[in-house]
Each structure stands twice: as structure tokens, then as C-alpha cells.
Ligand binder design. Structure first.
Ligand SMILES: Cc1cc2nc3c(=O)[nH]c(=O)nc-3n(C[C@H](O)[C@H](O)[C@H](O)COP(=O)(O)O)c2cc1C
Length: 206
């Protein structure tokens, strides 16, 4: 039986949205928060892995209601972290270790709640604490996903503005379209391919 290396398989199995060399061995931390668009984060992690990136996944407790850590563990081939209080194979605290390890952080989907926490420096779970501990030199990309009224809420919009202007972190989307709450409107998470293209631009401009 002929065994293919992952790099051989890349062009055959993934939608090659971008220059695959950009992702080779890049250390990408994907933070998954609790929205229905978690299922799209599986594709995002799979695409990154197929492009040769080293991907680690952190999840909020709410995110684990939508997709299990085992799914992301299988796709990333790495242990998935969901708690501040788990021991890690490093001497520094887990949130610091993960924040320092990442060359790029992608939050997908990014809930209204997590955007609010990031904008206000709240550190009450692993994902928000990793974000707060992320060095300002590390690029961070948010892919917001929420109901149209949540997205239109002035408090959400203020938080988005704070994240962009104070922290200089990027937003990809959201886009208009069909929402799980059975309405059409703005708040749908961008497709994984779109997130990857923008994340690649952010990474290469670093
Ligand atoms: C079925 C369901 C779908 C949800 N979808 C979203 C969503 O797409 N975006 C969002 O901001 N919140 C959504 N929520 C609410 C969040 O899960 C909730 O605000 C939670 O506290 C977010 O926690 P986290 O930011 O720690 O993941 C949803 C809740 C449920 C029950």
C-alpha cells in the first residue's frame, strides 16, 4: 500500500485557498467559542492541518456543547484545552504557555460574549485569559458569529470597535445570510476559506 505524506495530500484533499507554504509549520491557536458555527471551525482546523500548520485548539465550556473536544483533537492531532486548571506539559501556566506558543490566534466562531470579554479585559475562563495574555506582537483574528440582533446591538458594536482600535485585532466578517435562528441577516460566520485567506494576509504582514 502506498502511503501519502500529508504534504502530498494537501493539493488532493483540501481546497487549496492560498499558498500552502505560508502555513507550513506555523503555530496557530484556534479558540472556539459557543455558537452554532462551531461546526465550521472543524473545517477551519482541518484545512490548517492539511496545509501543514501546527494547530492547537482551546474551547470554552459553551463550545463543547456544540462540538466535542475529541473532534478537534482528532483534526489537529493535539490535545484540546478547555480549562484554566488543567496541568500542561510546560512549567508556565497553561494560558501563558499557549499565548506565547501562538504565532497567530484565530477565534472562530467568536461569540458576542467573547468579544465583550476581550474588549473589557475579562479573564474568567481559558479562552478569555489566553486572549488577554497574548502579546501585542501576535496577530489575532476574530470571526464573529451571532444572531443579527446580537450583532446589531450597540454594545456589541462598541466592543468590536474596541477590539479593532485599542487592541489592533482583526475581524473577518460576519456576513449576511441564513442564520440558524431562521432569519436572514448580518451575523453569519464567514466561511473557513475566507477566514484562512484573511488570516494568511495578517500572518504574512506581521
Ligand atoms: C443553540 C444556541 C446557539 C447559540 N449561538 C450563538 C451564536 O451564534 N453567537 C453567540 O454570540 N452566542 C450564541 N449563543 C449564546 C452563547 O452560547 C452564550 O452567550 C454563551 O455564554 C457564550 O459563551 P462563550 O463565549 O464562553 O463560548 C447560542 C446559544 C445557544 C443555546
Amino acid at each position: 500500500m502506498v502511503q501519502l505524506k500529508v504534504s502530498d495530500m494537501t493539493s488532493k484533499t483540501s481546497q487549496n485557498t492560498s499558498n500552502s507554504n505560508t502555513w507550513q509549520d506555523r503555530q496557530v491557536l484556534v479558540a472556539v467559542t459557543g455558537g452554532i458555527a462551531c461546526y465550521k471551525a472543524c473545517t477551519l482546523v482541518s484545512r490548517l492541518a492539511q496545509q501543514g500548520a501546527q494547530v492547537r485548539v482551546v474551547m470554552t465550556s459553551s463550545a463543547t456543547q456544540f462540538v466535542t473536544p475529541l473532534t478537534f483533537q482528532s483534526l489537529s492531532n493535539q490535545a484540546v484545552h478547555t480549562s484554566l486548571w488543567e496541568a500542561m506539559d510546560r512549567p508556565d501556566a497553561q494560558h501563558i504557555g499557549l499565548a506565547r506558543w501562538a504565532e497567530l490566534v484565530i477565534i472562530a466562531p467568536a461569540t458576542a460574549n467573547m468579544i465583550a470579554k476581550a474588549a473589557n479585559g475579562i479573564c474568567d475562563d481559558l479562552v478569555s485569559t489566553v486572549l488577554n495574555a497574548t502579546p501585542q506582537t501576535t496577530p489575532v483574528v476574530f470571526a464573529p458569529a451571532m444572531n443579527a440582533d446580537m450583532w446589531a446591538n450597540p454594545v456589541t458594536q462598541r466592543n468590536v470597535q474596541t477590539v479593532q482600535e485599542l487592541l489592533h485585532w482583526q475581524m473577518v466578517g460576519p456576513e449576511e445570510g441564513w442564520q440558524a435562528c431562521r432569519t436572514l441577516g448580518a451575523g453569519r460566520m464567514s466561511e473557513p476559506e475566507t477566514i484562512l485567506i484573511q488570516a494568511e494576509q495578517v500572518l504574512t504582514q506581521k
